[in-house]
Write a protein that binds this ligand. Structure first.
Ligand SMILES: [Zn+2]
Length: 79
């Protein structure tokens, strides 16, 4: 009976910073009403959005930040 041997390759998962990767997006969501900011590259844009949102809706005090970051496995050595 033949023995089959499999080889595996180590992979490392890293944030995808290649040219065609999706951009990192930060979105702020109001927990009071569910409204969200437009996705932005900088989280400061989201906190600024929340400050403006609070002025318009004084009761909306809690927020949730969503960060979308692309990842990619990079193949490494065979073992
Ligand atoms: Zn709100």
């Amino acid at each position: 009976m033949a023995r089959v041997k499999y080889r595996f390759r180590d992979h490392t998962l890293r944030p995808d910073e290649t040219e065609n990767a999706d951009p990192v997006l930060c979105t702020m969501e109001c927990k009071g009403c569910g409204e969200t900011s437009e996705g932005a590259e900088y989280s400061e844009d989201g906190t600024q959005w929340a400050a403006v949102h609070l002025k318009a809706h004084p009761g909306h005090l809690t927020y949730r930040e969503h960060i979308t970051r692309p990842y990619r496995f990079e193949p490494g050595a065979w073992r």
